[in-house]
Unconditional design. Structure first.
Ligand code: C2E
Ligand code: SIN
Ligand code: SIN
Ligand code: SIN
Ligand code: FE
Ligand code: FE
Length: 532
């Protein structure tokens, strides 16, 4: 077959049916043509003039050398297909470009078709395999029809790969978010991951939005509805009111769904309605780049059903954690009651711990865990005989040895559980009597070898023990307490924590005020604090 006939075929490519005028215009598939011969660009564009795949046409990008192509690939990471000439500015310009795409840019999504004008320039078979080249064609064999089907197949494979990739990223997001759900308020980021995944599953565009509202708001007015998650063009609207980010048409659809309490499908838009629990209604709006089918609708509903199960689980988990917290408190209170310390001691220690943890910049989750676990710091006192625990005066040496064992005892008992809160409790129990200078007990740990929970626990416990009454001591004044902390800075206590307490004395005293043991005692201390 002759070269020229092939060219004729390309030049007089048959007219393809026009895109129906009713069809909305969507983002085009970006196709990069790399060839040093301008005529190849013209011919390619002509042959694919009316091309369409999955409701989207082609947008061409033109490069006349390998270097130009690199610049375009950098600027357009979403190029779907590159048609690459092998020989350009030098013999291997095309192959170098391919290597650059896969190895340097690490772009494994873009589909690559190599075209060469010179038969015999075919790359090694392993190049085609290793660089994931979709097709290798000699220009002479690439008729309009063959080009059309090559591009079609490549775009289909790009679409599926891109969806898989988006799906993987969505899943990663979900997994990360699931790990981060410590409080229900983090659910927004979980739902965001779910949305991304759904969008990818359906080959939808990137525009979707998730609205949250409660029943009261819906019946009265729109302004109690808030966006809790969003993707694509709606991204960045979390926390806003829908009328700030939705157009009038979408807003009306959302209102209609809330009125009818039923999901709706309108061409390219699906608006899902969910009632995850009484008193709460959720709306999911999905804007697609193509008309949605009832199959899509079923898939979306199935998907969101799974999401609401995950949501229920998160609620349940929150409830379980709440119950755990209550149990930890009750346990802590039982310990303190047994030690004849008043019940509020554990609550206050928990509060100081959280204040200090937040103050020195631990994460919110760490601060919460420490807060929850703090009441367990003296768990080991359960094993200390009454006559020692309740001795009105000073302990003798033997009694003191037994008393000190409460730290190791508590740690041993609590570390049997793998639960995060009880693990934190074990650290606190085992380390709250360690000293910064290494002379504490039970292990004589020093400085930062003492877990930050242990260091904070020590400051909190001693602050409260000094402020309170014990069988063996009277309450101290706030001046005396602060003088003691100054004296023990860098000795008993982590100096950084002492500095925080010194700078935030009123917050510490505020805890005594909020959880008093006995009104007169606290009044005395607060009074003292106010007059200084
Ligand atoms: P606790 O009463 O909860 O006291 C916790 C920590 O606060 C003490 O840990 C100590 O670091 C500090 N603290 C409490 N009162 C004073 C005080 O009057 N002066 C100073 N400088 N620090 C004080 P520590 O010393 O390791 O004691 C652990 C636990 O052993 C105490 O817990 C308490 O239950 C018991 N304990 C300690 N000393 C005596 C005592 O003299 N008599 C009796 N009956 N029990 C004692
Ligand atoms: C596409 O159809 O645009 C690729 C799939 C995706 O990224 O969602
Ligand atoms: C939520 O309620 O926030 C998500 C679960 C659902 O889709 O109903
Ligand atoms: C639990 O122990 O199950 C709750 C604590 C946590 O894992 O965050
Ligand atoms: Fe203790
Ligand atoms: Fe204590």
């Amino acid at each position: 077959m002759s070269n020229s006939r092939q060219h004729d075929d390309l030049l007089f490519a048959p007219e393809l049916t026009d895109v129906p005028a009713s069809q909305p215009v969507h983002a085009a598939w970006k196709v990069l043509v790399v060839d040093d011969e301008p005529s190849v660009h013209e011919i390619t564009a002509l042959a694919l003039k009316n091309f369409e795949f999955d409701g989207r046409q082609i947008g061409f990008l033109h490069a006349y050398s390998g270097m130009e192509a690199r610049a375009l690939l950098d600027a357009h990471p979403d190029i779907a297909l590159a048609l690459v000439d092998v020989v350009m500015e030098h013999e291997h310009a095309g192959l170098d470009l391919v290597r650059h795409i896969r190895e340097t840019l690490k772009n494994h999504l873009v589909r690559i078709v190599l075209r060469t004008g010179q038969p015999g320039q075919a790359p090694e078979r392993n190049v085609i395999r290793d660089y994931d080249i979709n097709d290798y064609k000699e220009k002479v064999e690439l008729t309009a029809q063959k080009l059309y089907s090559t591009v079609f197949t490549s775009l289909r494979s790009y679409r599926d790969l891109a969806a898989l990739d988006a799906n993987r990223r969505g899943l990663e997001h979900v997994i990360r978010a699931s790990g981060a759900i410590f409080r229900i308020s983090d659910l927004g980021s979980f739902i965001n991951g779910v949305l991304e995944q759904m969008v990818a599953l359906l080959y939808l565009g990137k525009n979707s939005i998730y609205l949250e509202c409660d029943t009261v708001a819906v019946e009265n007015q729109m302004n109690r509805i808030a966006v809790v998650a969003s993707t694509g063009c709606y991204a960045g609207h979390v926390g806003k009111n829908p009328d700030e980010c939705l157009d009038a048409e979408c807003l009306e659809l959302v209102r209609e769904v809330l009125r009818n309490k039923r999901s709706m499908l309108r061409k390219n838009t699906y608006i899902g309605y969910f009632q995850p629990r009484p008193g709460r209604e959720d709306v999911v709006l999905v804007n697609s780049t193509r008309a949605l089918t009832t199959d899509d609708e079923k898939l979306i509903e199935l998907f969101l059903h799974n999401v609401s199960i995950a949501y229920e689980n998160a609620l349940l988990r929150d409830d379980i954690e709440g119950t755990q917290r209550d149990m930890v408190y009750m346990l802590g209170e039982a310990i303190e009651t047994r030690s004849h310390e008043t019940g509020q001691h554990v609550r206050r220690v928990a509060e100081y711990c959280r204040l200090i943890a937040r103050g020195i910049g631990l994460s919110e989750r760490e601060a919460e865990i420490l807060h929850t676990a703090a009441p367990l710091h003296d768990f080991g006192k359960i094993g200390i005989p009454d006559h020692i625990l309740h001795k009105p005066g000073k302990l003798n040496e033997e009694e003191w040895t037994i008393m000190k064992s409460h730290a190791r005892l508590g740690e041993e008992m609590l570390s049997r559980s793998g639960r995060e809160i009880l693990q934190a409790g074990a650290i606190l129990a085992g380390q709250h009597h360690e000293r910064w200078d290494g002379t504490g007990y039970p292990k004589g740990l020093k400085g930062e070898d003492i877990h930050i929970f242990g260091r904070i626990g020590s400051v909190a416990d001693v602050f409260d023990a000094l402020a309170g009454r014990r069988s063996y001591k009277e309450p101290w004044s706030i001046e005396r307490i602060m003088a003691y902390f100054e004296q023990e800075k860098g000795k008993q206590f982590d100096p950084r924590l002492v500095e925080w307490v010194q700078a935030n004395q009123s917050a510490m005293v505020g805890v005594l005020w909020a959880f008093p043991d006995d009104a007169t005692l606290v009044q005395t201390i607060v009074q003292q604090a106010l007059t200084h």
